[in-house]
Design a protein around this ligand. Structure first.
Ligand SMILES: [Fe+2]
Ligand SMILES: [Fe+2]
Length: 164
């Protein structure tokens, strides 16, 4: 735990436990997105599937990075990421990604990813708004802003692929 790091945030008036809770829920979302994306990349079928699979793997790698960034910040603030894997699904804001029945239906796959990214964008926007309303934790703000930017890029990438 970053003792002084937490203390300055607390002294600035931030409800640190409330913040840690939000970060833990987002942390769970990242693992779940990583899991589903990695699986989807392996399951997709059809002529165009290698290209789609490599794009899904690309964003999955970033979700894994987000997980790590959130875990570091939770620990710095004196919290702990969940120790039981099953708790991730229980606390997540976005607990699943739809796996289309027909995995050759790449449009449905891309739409499922866009939907999942939309959920992530909403989560990080809510955390940023909360942080902006208290204005006192620039370190978490920077991390969440950076993650939000990448989620927006993910959504945009798959919207471009969808071409609608
Ligand atoms: Fe992410
Ligand atoms: Fe994402």
């Amino acid at each position: 735990m970053g003792k002084k790091g937490r203390e300055v945030v607390e002294k600035a008036g931030v409800k640190v436990d409330e913040l840690i809770n939000m970060l833990k829920k987002a942390y769970a979302d990242e693992w779940i997105a990583y899991y589903y994306y990695t699986l989807l990349a392996k399951l997709v079928k059809g002529l165009e599937s290698p290209a789609i699979a490599s794009k899904i793997e690309e964003i999955a790698k970033e979700e894994l990075e987000h997980q790590g960034e959130l875990a570091d910040r939770i620990i710095q603030l004196g919290g702990e990421p969940p120790k039981r894997f099953e708790d991730l699904v229980k606390i997540a804001n976005c607990p699943y990604v739809t796996i289309p029945e027909n995995l050759g239906d790449l449009k449905a796959v891309v739409k499922a990813i866009i939907e999942a990214e939309g959920c992530a964008i909403q989560v990080y926007t809510n955390i940023l708004n909360w942080l902006m309303s208290i204005k006192n934790d620039p370190v978490t703000f920077h991390i969440v802003r950076h993650i939000l930017q990448e989620e927006v890029e993910h959504e945009d990438l798959f919207e471009t692929i969808l071409g609608e």
